[in-house]
Ligand binder design. Structure first.
Ligand code: HEC
Length: 392
C-alpha cells in the first residue's frame, strides 16, 4: 500500500488516541485541582484527614477525603493516575514524529526562515525538547522553584525565549507545534519523573509504617500545579495549525507568548474560584490580552482593486501552484487525497474555495514551504481576484 495513504491512517489513529487520552488526563487533572481547592476541614475532626468534600454526581452522593500523611494502611485496590499522561505523550510524540519529523519538508522546515536538511531540523527539534525539560527541572529543584510567582515570571521568560528561537529556525506552523511539544513533554515528564516516584515513596512509607516525608507530596504538588497552568497554553498551541494568522506573522513569537499568558490567567481565575474567591480581574486581564492580540494580528485594510484580474490568469496560476496537491488524485506523491479535502483542479472548485484560499494566501501558509514557487506577483493576482469577489 502507498506510504502516503498509510501515513494518513497512522495520523488519524494517533490523533484520535491523542485527543481522547488528553481529555482523560486534563479531565482528571482539573478534577483533582478543583477537588483540592474545595476541600473543607472534616466534620468529624478526624486528625488524619486534611480535608473533605461531599459531591452529588451520576445518581449518588460521594464523600471524598484527603489523607496527606496516609490513611495508616495501604488501601487496595489503590487507583493511580498516570496512564492518561503517558498515553497522551506517547500518542502526541508519535504524531509529532510522523508529521513534523518524517514530513519535515512540509511541516517543520521553511527554507525562507532557515535552509535545513531534515536530519538537522530533527536534531534541533529534539535538542530543544531535551533542553526545555532539563532547564525547567533544574529550576524546580533550586530554591526559586518554591516561589510560585518567580516561577511564573521565569516560565513566561523561558516560553518567550523558546518561541523566539523556534520561529527563527522553523516554519511558523512548525515553530508553534515545536513549542507545544516542549510544554507537553515537560508536563508528561513531571508525572513520570517526579509525581509518580514521589507517590511510590509515600506508599512504601505507609506500608512500612514509616512517617511520610512531606517533601515527597510537596514536589508532586508543585509539578501538578505547574501542569495545571500549562494546560490551556498547550491546547492553544495544538490547535494553532488551523490558524495561520498567528504563526505567519513576522513576529509570531509575540502572540504565542500572549495567548499562553492569557490561557494561564484564565486558569488562575478558575483555580481561585474553586477556593471560593471570585477574582474577575484575572479572567478580564486574559480577555484583554486576547483582544490586543486580535488587533495586533489584524491584516491591513486593502484598497479595492481597480480591476479584477481575468479568471483565466487565476486558473493558470492555481493549476501551476496548487493543483498538484489539491486534486482528487494528487500528483504530489506526499498525498493520496486532497489535503483538508480542498479541491482546486477545476474552475468550479477554484471559485467555490476562493473564500478559503484567502487567509492561506494572505498569510503565505499556502503553498506549504512555498513548495511550488508561487511568486509574489502571482499571490497578489490571486488575492486581487478574491478581493474583487472572485468574478467569472
Ligand atoms: C505541496 C502540497 C500543497 C500545495 C502545492 C498547496 N497546498 Fe494547500 N494544503 C496542503 C496541505 C498539506 C494542507 C493541509 C494543512 C493542514 O494540515 O492544516 C493544505 C490546506 C489548504 C487549505 C485549507 C486550509 C484549512 O485548514 O482550512 C487551503 C484553502 C489551501 N490549502 C489552499 C491552497 C492554495 C490556494 C494553494 C496554491 C497557492 C495550495 N493550497 C497549494 C498542501 C498543499
Amino acid at each position: 500500500m502507498d506510504y502516503a495513504y498509510l501515513s494518513e491512517w497512522a495520523g488519524l489513529l494517533l490523533r484520535w488516541l491523542h485527543v481522547l487520552t488528553a481529555m482523560c488526563w486534563v479531565g482528571a487533572s482539573f478534577y483533582f485541582m478543583g477537588l483540592d481547592q474545595s476541600l473543607r476541614p472534616p466534620a468529624d475532626g478526624d486528625p488524619l484527614v486534611r480535608g473533605e468534600q461531599w459531591a452529588v454526581h451520576g445518581g449518588g452522593f460521594y464523600h471524598k477525603r484527603k489523607f496527606v500523611a496516609g490513611p495508616g494502611f495501604v488501601p487496595a485496590p489503590l487507583h493511580w493516575s498516570k496512564w492518561e499522561a503517558y498515553w497522551t505523550w506517547l500518542s502526541g510524540f508519535s504524531l509529532f514524529v510522523l508529521l513534523y519529523w518524517l514530513q519535515a519538508e512540509t511541516y517543520l522546515i521553511d527554507p525562507e526562515v532557515m535552509e535545513l536538511e531534515r536530519w538537522q531540523a530533527v536534531c534541533i527539534s529534539l535538542g530543544m525538547i531535551l533542553v526545555a525539560w532539563g532547564a525547567y527541572d533544574l529550576l524546580c529543584r533550586l530554591p526559586v522553584g518554591g516561589n510560585g510567582q518567580a516561577m511564573a515570571v521565569l516560565g513566561i521568560a523561558g516560553l518567550a525565549l523558546a518561541a523566539w528561537f523556534s520561529t527563527r529556525v522553523f516554519s511558523g506552523r512548525g515553530a508553534y507545534l515545536q513549542v507545544g511539544a516542549m510544554i507537553g513533554t515537560i508536563m508528561a515528564a513531571n508525572v513520570m519523573a517526579v509525581i509518580i516516584p514521589g507517590q511510590k515513596k509515600m506508599v512504601a512509607a505507609v506500608a512500612e509504617g514509616r512517617e511520610i516525608d512531606p517533601r515527597w507530596g510537596g514536589w508532586g504538588k508543585q509539578r501538578s500545579v505547574h501542569n495545571n497552568y500549562m494546560t490551556l497554553p498547550v491546547i492553544f498551541l495544538m490547535l494553532s495549525p488551523h490558524y495561520p494568522m498567528f504563526w505567519q506573522h513576522p513576529n509570531a513569537w509575540v502572540p504565542l507568548v500572549a495567548m499562553a499568558l492569557a490561557g494561564a490567567l484564565v486558569r488562575q481565575f478558575f483555580n481561585l474560584r474553586h477556593q471560593g474567591i471570585a477574582m474577575y480581574d484575572y479572567w478580564l486581564f486574559g480577555a484583554v490580552i486576547v483582544a490586543v492580540v486580535a488587533v495586533f494580528l489584524a491584516p491591513p485594510r486593502r484598497a479595492a482593486p481597480a480591476e479584477a484580474p481575468p479568471f483565466a490568469a487565476v486558473r493558470a496560476i492555481v493549476a501551476a501552484r496548487c493543483a498538484e496537491c489539491h486534486a482528487p488524485r494528487p500528483a504530489n506523491t506526499g498525498f493520496t487525497s486532497p489535503p483538508k479535502g480542498i479541491l482546486l483542479h477545476s474552475a468550479a472548485q477554484i471559485r467555490r474555495n476562493a473564500r478559503l484560499m484567502e487567509p492561506q494566501l494572505r498569510s503565505e501558509a499556502m503553498p506549504p514551504g512555498n513548495a511550488t514557487g508561487l511568486t509574489a506577483a502571482e499571490r497578489a493576482t490571486l488575492l486581487a481576484w478574491i478581493g474583487a469577489g472572485a468574478p467569472r
